[in-house]
Design a protein around this ligand. Sequence first.
Ligand code: NCD
Length: 305
Amino acid sequence: MKLKNVLNIEQFADHAVLEQIHSLADKLMAQDKNGGMEPVLKGKIIALLFFEPSTRTRLSFSSAALKLGAQIITMENGMVSSSAAKGESIEDTIEMLNGYADAIIMRHPMEGASKRAAAAATVPYINGGDGGKEHPTQALYDAYTIHKEVGRLDNLHIAFGFDPLQSRTIRSLAILLSTYAGNHFTFVSPSNLRAAPDFLKQLRDNGATCDETEDIKTFSDADVLYTNRLQEERFSDHATFEKLRHVYRLTPDMITSKNKLILNPLPRIDEVSVEVDKLPIAGYFRNARNGVYVRAALLYKLFID
Ligand code: NCD
Protein backbone atom coordinates (compact mmCIF):
# COMPACT_ATOMS: atom_id res chain seq x y z
CA MET A 1 0.00 0.00 0.00
CA LYS A 2 1.18 3.53 -0.80
CA LEU A 3 1.98 5.92 2.04
CA LYS A 4 -0.02 9.15 1.88
CA ASN A 5 1.99 11.10 4.43
CA VAL A 6 4.71 10.63 7.03
CA LEU A 7 3.37 12.82 9.78
CA ASN A 8 4.32 11.28 13.10
CA ILE A 9 5.86 8.11 14.51
CA GLU A 10 2.55 6.91 15.98
CA GLN A 11 1.38 5.96 12.49
CA PHE A 12 4.04 3.19 12.45
CA ALA A 13 2.70 1.42 15.54
CA ASP A 14 1.49 -1.08 12.95
CA HIS A 15 4.82 -2.84 12.53
CA ALA A 16 3.84 -4.30 9.15
CA VAL A 17 4.38 -0.93 7.42
CA LEU A 18 7.68 -0.38 9.20
CA GLU A 19 8.89 -3.85 8.24
CA GLN A 20 7.98 -3.17 4.61
CA ILE A 21 9.97 0.06 4.69
CA HIS A 22 12.97 -1.62 6.29
CA SER A 23 13.05 -4.47 3.78
CA LEU A 24 12.59 -2.01 0.92
CA ALA A 25 15.58 -0.07 2.33
CA ASP A 26 17.62 -3.31 2.19
CA LYS A 27 16.56 -3.84 -1.42
CA LEU A 28 17.40 -0.26 -2.45
CA MET A 29 20.77 -0.46 -0.69
CA ALA A 30 21.58 -3.65 -2.63
CA GLN A 31 20.52 -2.01 -5.91
CA ASP A 32 22.64 1.04 -5.14
CA LYS A 33 25.70 -1.13 -4.52
CA ASN A 34 25.08 -3.06 -7.73
CA GLY A 35 24.98 -0.32 -10.32
CA GLY A 36 22.35 2.04 -8.93
CA MET A 37 18.71 2.19 -7.91
CA GLU A 38 16.06 1.84 -10.57
CA PRO A 39 14.89 5.37 -11.50
CA VAL A 40 11.29 4.66 -10.51
CA LEU A 41 10.64 8.30 -9.57
CA LYS A 42 11.69 9.71 -12.94
CA GLY A 43 9.54 12.73 -13.77
CA LYS A 44 8.68 13.48 -10.12
CA ILE A 45 9.69 16.69 -8.38
CA ILE A 46 10.35 16.57 -4.63
CA ALA A 47 10.27 19.88 -2.72
CA LEU A 48 12.42 20.27 0.40
CA LEU A 49 11.36 23.18 2.62
CA PHE A 50 13.66 23.78 5.55
CA PHE A 51 12.87 26.48 8.09
CA GLU A 52 15.52 25.16 10.52
CA PRO A 53 19.18 24.15 9.99
CA SER A 54 19.78 20.68 8.59
CA THR A 55 22.64 18.69 7.10
CA ARG A 56 21.54 15.05 7.10
CA THR A 57 17.80 15.29 6.68
CA ARG A 58 17.84 17.68 3.74
CA LEU A 59 20.86 16.19 1.99
CA SER A 60 20.00 12.52 2.58
CA PHE A 61 16.45 13.04 1.29
CA SER A 62 17.96 14.91 -1.68
CA SER A 63 20.41 12.08 -2.32
CA ALA A 64 17.65 9.47 -2.00
CA ALA A 65 15.37 11.37 -4.41
CA LEU A 66 18.15 11.80 -6.99
CA LYS A 67 19.18 8.13 -6.71
CA LEU A 68 15.56 7.17 -7.49
CA GLY A 69 15.56 9.41 -10.58
CA ALA A 70 13.44 12.27 -9.15
CA GLN A 71 14.36 15.95 -9.35
CA ILE A 72 14.46 18.23 -6.33
CA ILE A 73 13.66 21.84 -5.56
CA THR A 74 14.96 23.03 -2.21
CA MET A 75 14.63 25.92 0.16
CA GLU A 76 17.09 26.27 3.03
CA ASN A 77 17.04 28.81 5.76
CA GLY A 78 13.35 29.39 5.04
CA MET A 79 12.77 31.76 7.96
CA VAL A 80 15.11 34.23 6.26
CA SER A 81 15.06 33.36 2.57
CA SER A 82 11.38 32.60 1.94
CA SER A 83 8.21 34.66 2.15
CA ALA A 84 7.84 33.38 5.73
CA ALA A 85 10.17 36.32 6.48
CA LYS A 86 7.41 38.60 5.12
CA GLY A 87 4.76 36.85 7.21
CA GLU A 88 3.35 34.31 4.73
CA SER A 89 1.42 31.52 6.46
CA ILE A 90 2.44 27.85 6.28
CA GLU A 91 -0.87 27.11 4.53
CA ASP A 92 -0.25 29.67 1.75
CA THR A 93 3.32 28.43 1.20
CA ILE A 94 2.10 24.83 0.94
CA GLU A 95 -0.73 25.87 -1.40
CA MET A 96 1.94 27.16 -3.81
CA LEU A 97 4.07 24.04 -3.46
CA ASN A 98 1.05 21.86 -4.32
CA GLY A 99 1.44 23.24 -7.82
CA TYR A 100 5.24 23.08 -7.97
CA ALA A 101 6.03 19.58 -6.67
CA ASP A 102 4.77 15.98 -6.47
CA ALA A 103 5.76 15.62 -2.79
CA ILE A 104 6.80 17.98 0.00
CA ILE A 105 9.28 17.43 2.84
CA MET A 106 9.31 20.15 5.48
CA ARG A 107 11.21 20.95 8.70
CA HIS A 108 9.92 23.72 10.92
CA PRO A 109 10.78 24.95 14.45
CA MET A 110 7.15 25.52 15.43
CA GLU A 111 5.37 22.64 17.10
CA GLY A 112 2.38 21.54 15.05
CA ALA A 113 3.66 23.11 11.80
CA SER A 114 3.71 19.68 10.15
CA LYS A 115 0.09 18.98 10.94
CA ARG A 116 -0.89 22.30 9.39
CA ALA A 117 1.29 21.70 6.34
CA ALA A 118 -0.08 18.19 5.81
CA ALA A 119 -3.64 19.50 6.07
CA ALA A 120 -2.90 22.09 3.38
CA ALA A 121 -0.99 19.68 1.11
CA THR A 122 -2.76 17.99 -1.78
CA VAL A 123 0.44 16.08 -2.61
CA PRO A 124 2.17 13.58 -0.25
CA TYR A 125 3.85 15.24 2.72
CA ILE A 126 6.78 14.14 4.93
CA ASN A 127 7.58 15.64 8.34
CA GLY A 128 11.34 16.31 8.36
CA GLY A 129 11.35 17.56 11.98
CA ASP A 130 8.63 19.41 13.86
CA GLY A 131 9.57 21.63 16.81
CA GLY A 132 10.99 19.78 19.80
CA LYS A 133 8.56 16.89 19.57
CA GLU A 134 8.66 14.94 16.30
CA HIS A 135 11.23 13.54 13.92
CA PRO A 136 9.60 10.37 12.56
CA THR A 137 11.97 9.67 9.66
CA GLN A 138 14.98 9.78 12.00
CA ALA A 139 13.30 7.24 14.31
CA LEU A 140 12.57 4.99 11.33
CA TYR A 141 16.21 4.76 10.41
CA ASP A 142 17.46 4.61 14.01
CA ALA A 143 15.20 1.54 14.38
CA TYR A 144 16.53 0.13 11.11
CA THR A 145 20.11 0.33 12.40
CA ILE A 146 19.22 -1.10 15.83
CA HIS A 147 17.53 -4.04 14.14
CA LYS A 148 20.43 -4.58 11.75
CA GLU A 149 23.18 -4.32 14.38
CA VAL A 150 21.56 -5.63 17.57
CA GLY A 151 19.23 -8.11 15.88
CA ARG A 152 15.90 -7.12 17.40
CA LEU A 153 13.63 -4.23 18.37
CA ASP A 154 12.09 -5.84 21.47
CA ASN A 155 13.37 -6.81 24.92
CA LEU A 156 16.04 -4.11 24.81
CA HIS A 157 17.39 -1.78 27.45
CA ILE A 158 17.94 1.59 25.81
CA ALA A 159 19.59 4.49 27.64
CA PHE A 160 18.70 7.92 26.25
CA GLY A 161 20.73 11.03 27.05
CA PHE A 162 20.99 13.92 27.55
CA ASP A 163 18.07 16.23 26.75
CA PRO A 164 14.92 14.09 26.73
CA LEU A 165 12.84 17.19 27.40
CA GLN A 166 13.66 18.93 24.12
CA SER A 167 15.05 16.26 21.79
CA ARG A 168 12.58 15.27 19.10
CA THR A 169 14.78 12.36 18.02
CA ILE A 170 14.76 10.81 21.51
CA ARG A 171 11.03 11.33 21.72
CA SER A 172 10.18 9.80 18.34
CA LEU A 173 12.48 6.79 18.76
CA ALA A 174 11.30 6.04 22.31
CA ILE A 175 7.65 6.20 21.21
CA LEU A 176 8.36 3.83 18.34
CA LEU A 177 10.28 1.35 20.51
CA SER A 178 7.60 1.48 23.21
CA THR A 179 5.29 -0.26 20.72
CA TYR A 180 7.58 -3.35 20.84
CA ALA A 181 7.32 -5.77 23.77
CA GLY A 182 9.64 -5.81 26.73
CA ASN A 183 11.63 -2.62 26.18
CA HIS A 184 13.08 -0.70 29.10
CA PHE A 185 14.23 2.92 28.84
CA THR A 186 16.59 4.84 31.09
CA PHE A 187 16.57 8.61 30.54
CA VAL A 188 19.79 10.29 31.66
CA SER A 189 19.67 14.07 32.02
CA PRO A 190 20.15 17.03 34.34
CA SER A 191 17.12 17.52 36.57
CA ASN A 192 15.82 20.49 34.56
CA LEU A 193 15.86 18.54 31.26
CA ARG A 194 13.89 15.51 32.44
CA ALA A 195 11.46 13.84 30.04
CA ALA A 196 8.00 15.45 30.04
CA PRO A 197 5.35 13.59 32.10
CA ASP A 198 2.95 13.21 29.13
CA PHE A 199 5.71 11.58 27.09
CA LEU A 200 6.59 9.13 29.92
CA LYS A 201 2.91 8.32 30.32
CA GLN A 202 2.60 7.56 26.60
CA LEU A 203 5.59 5.19 26.80
CA ARG A 204 4.21 3.42 29.87
CA ASP A 205 0.71 3.20 28.40
CA ASN A 206 2.29 1.43 25.42
CA GLY A 207 3.84 -1.11 27.80
CA ALA A 208 7.44 0.08 28.16
CA THR A 209 9.11 0.50 31.54
CA CYS A 210 11.04 3.71 32.20
CA ASP A 211 13.37 5.17 34.76
CA GLU A 212 15.14 8.49 35.05
CA THR A 213 18.50 9.40 36.48
CA GLU A 214 21.14 12.11 36.49
CA ASP A 215 23.89 9.48 36.58
CA ILE A 216 25.62 8.61 33.30
CA LYS A 217 27.00 5.44 34.96
CA THR A 218 23.62 3.81 34.26
CA PHE A 219 24.73 3.70 30.61
CA SER A 220 26.87 0.70 31.57
CA ASP A 221 23.86 -1.66 31.72
CA ALA A 222 22.14 -0.71 28.46
CA ASP A 223 22.15 -2.58 25.14
CA VAL A 224 21.80 0.64 23.15
CA LEU A 225 23.22 4.03 24.14
CA TYR A 226 21.25 6.74 22.35
CA THR A 227 22.97 10.08 22.79
CA ASN A 228 21.90 13.48 21.51
CA ARG A 229 23.28 16.99 22.01
CA LEU A 230 21.55 19.42 24.34
CA GLN A 231 19.16 21.24 22.04
CA GLU A 232 20.77 24.67 22.30
CA GLU A 233 18.21 26.43 20.08
CA ARG A 234 15.32 25.32 22.30
CA PHE A 235 16.69 26.80 25.57
CA SER A 236 14.86 29.97 26.58
CA ASP A 237 17.88 30.93 28.67
CA HIS A 238 21.31 30.62 27.04
CA ALA A 239 23.18 30.76 30.36
CA THR A 240 21.48 27.50 31.40
CA PHE A 241 22.64 25.82 28.20
CA GLU A 242 26.22 27.02 28.76
CA LYS A 243 26.12 25.71 32.32
CA LEU A 244 24.89 22.27 31.29
CA ARG A 245 26.61 21.63 27.97
CA HIS A 246 29.70 19.98 29.46
CA VAL A 247 27.95 17.98 32.19
CA TYR A 248 27.63 14.79 30.11
CA ARG A 249 30.21 13.38 27.76
CA LEU A 250 30.44 9.76 26.70
CA THR A 251 34.05 8.53 26.63
CA PRO A 252 35.48 5.08 25.74
CA ASP A 253 36.25 4.16 29.38
CA MET A 254 32.50 4.20 30.14
CA ILE A 255 31.71 1.46 27.61
CA THR A 256 31.04 -2.05 28.97
CA SER A 257 30.65 -5.50 27.40
CA LYS A 258 26.86 -5.15 27.84
CA ASN A 259 26.74 -2.18 25.44
CA LYS A 260 26.01 -3.32 21.88
CA LEU A 261 25.44 -0.09 19.93
CA ILE A 262 26.01 3.64 20.35
CA LEU A 263 23.80 5.92 18.32
CA ASN A 264 23.50 9.67 17.94
CA PRO A 265 21.26 11.36 15.34
CA LEU A 266 24.06 13.89 14.74
CA PRO A 267 25.26 16.57 14.85
CA ARG A 268 27.52 15.44 17.73
CA ILE A 269 28.72 18.42 19.73
CA ASP A 270 29.94 17.91 23.32
CA GLU A 271 28.13 14.75 24.34
CA VAL A 272 30.29 12.04 22.67
CA SER A 273 34.07 12.30 22.58
CA VAL A 274 35.70 11.73 19.18
CA GLU A 275 37.67 8.81 20.69
CA VAL A 276 34.38 6.90 20.89
CA ASP A 277 34.19 6.97 17.06
CA LYS A 278 36.88 4.27 16.83
CA LEU A 279 34.86 1.70 18.80
CA PRO A 280 33.19 -0.97 16.63
CA ILE A 281 29.89 -0.35 18.42
CA ALA A 282 29.92 3.38 17.51
CA GLY A 283 27.15 3.22 14.93
CA TYR A 284 26.21 6.86 14.35
CA PHE A 285 27.98 7.40 11.02
CA ARG A 286 26.79 4.02 9.69
CA ASN A 287 23.33 5.01 10.87
CA ALA A 288 23.44 8.28 8.92
CA ARG A 289 24.35 6.33 5.77
CA ASN A 290 21.48 3.90 6.38
CA GLY A 291 19.26 6.97 6.52
CA VAL A 292 19.62 7.50 2.77
CA TYR A 293 18.09 4.07 2.09
CA VAL A 294 15.29 4.31 4.64
CA ARG A 295 14.41 7.74 3.25
CA ALA A 296 14.57 6.38 -0.29
CA ALA A 297 12.17 3.63 0.82
CA LEU A 298 9.79 6.28 2.19
CA LEU A 299 9.89 8.28 -1.06
CA TYR A 300 9.33 5.08 -3.03
CA LYS A 301 6.30 4.22 -0.89
CA LEU A 302 4.73 7.64 -1.52
CA PHE A 303 4.38 6.80 -5.19
CA ILE A 304 4.57 3.03 -5.64
CA ASP A 305 2.64 0.23 -3.94
C1 NCD B 1 18.38 16.05 14.70
C2 NCD B 1 17.26 17.05 14.68
O1 NCD B 1 17.19 17.90 13.79
O2 NCD B 1 16.42 16.94 15.56
N1 NCD B 1 19.21 16.12 13.56
C3 NCD B 1 19.01 15.24 12.53
O3 NCD B 1 18.04 15.36 11.81
N2 NCD B 1 19.87 14.22 12.40
C4 NCD B 1 19.17 16.03 15.96
C5 NCD B 1 19.76 17.31 16.45
O4 NCD B 1 19.73 18.34 15.78
O5 NCD B 1 20.25 17.27 17.57
